[in-house]
Write a protein that binds this ligand. Structure first.
Ligand code: ZN
Length: 241
């Protein structure tokens, strides 16, 4: 089995479309999604339909939570809160129920899926460094845990020599080593590279590869402004910040 691993699509239909076309060339057997289908972007229903249509194994992110659970957005900044309010008004009851039905964790061929942190999935804590990732390894048994949430790709390995950050590119997954892998963001990258990010995971070959794909961020940015969402949410797509 080969898996495409997506995260933080954030209602960006153009970025998701570019990623799915890139995936079609790679022909993965299945799709995994580690949360935040909606929020920030202008096309929440399109994204939910694509995720469901591709039968993705998806887990719930904090924006998915806030879409059906308004109390959750007290933790959001003003842009995020405005955008999730906009999203909530546009989703159907069936779409909101789909988001509510997503589990906080998932599993696929020996990999754990969680949006933020495996130790406390509902706390939406950010893992931004090897030192923050270290203690998380004791909270799960799988050899690989896929996460999102920060929108910054990161690969942390726990091997015989301790916890180490690896370049977020292509790695062979060593035996007796465990990994926490942030696959970056499809719909709102924040590592300075505006291209959409996703991962390709082959547990049989024991490889993981981070892929970046160009998409029409200008078009999404225009749609954000035309939809009445905060213009900053469009500007940041062009910078990848
Ligand atoms: Zn997110």
């Amino acid at each position: 089995m080969r898996f495409a691993v997506l995260s933080d699509i954030h209602s960006n239909a153009e970025a998701l479309d570019a990623v799915l076309r890139a995936c079609d060339r790679e022909a993965p057997d299945a799709f995994l999604c580690v949360g935040d289908l909606v929020g920030y972007g202008p096309d929440p229903s399109t994204v939910i339909a694509e995720v469901r249509g591709r039968n993705m194994v998806a887990v719930r992110g904090n924006h998915d939570q806030a879409a059906f659970d308004p109390a959750e957005d007290q933790y959001f900044n003003d842009w995020a809160r405005e955008a999730i309010g906009w999203t909530r008004e546009r989703l159907s009851d069936a779409e909101l129920r789909y988001l509510e039905g997503l589990d906080l964790t998932g599993e696929a061929d020996g990999a754990l899926l969680v949006h933020a942190s495996p130790s406390e999935p509902r706390a939406w804590r950010y893992i931004l460094s090897a030192s923050a990732a270290g203690p998380e390894f004791s909270s799960f048994d799988e050899s690989v845990c896929f996460i999102g949430h920060s929108h910054v790709p990161m690969i942390i390995a726990l091997g015989e020599s301790g916890v180490q950050e690896l370049p977020a590119s292509e790695v062979s997954l060593e035996p007796r080593t465990r990994y926490i892998v942030n696959v970056g963001s499809v719909g709102q990258p924040r590592d300075g590279d505006p291209r959409a990010a996703f991962g390709l995971f082959d547990p049989g070959e024991r490889t993981f590869r981070l892929v970046r794909v160009e998409y029409d961020a200008e078009a999404t940015s225009r749609k954000i402004v035309e939809s009445g969402l905060p213009p900053f949410l469009g500007e940041r797509l062009l910078a990848g910040r």
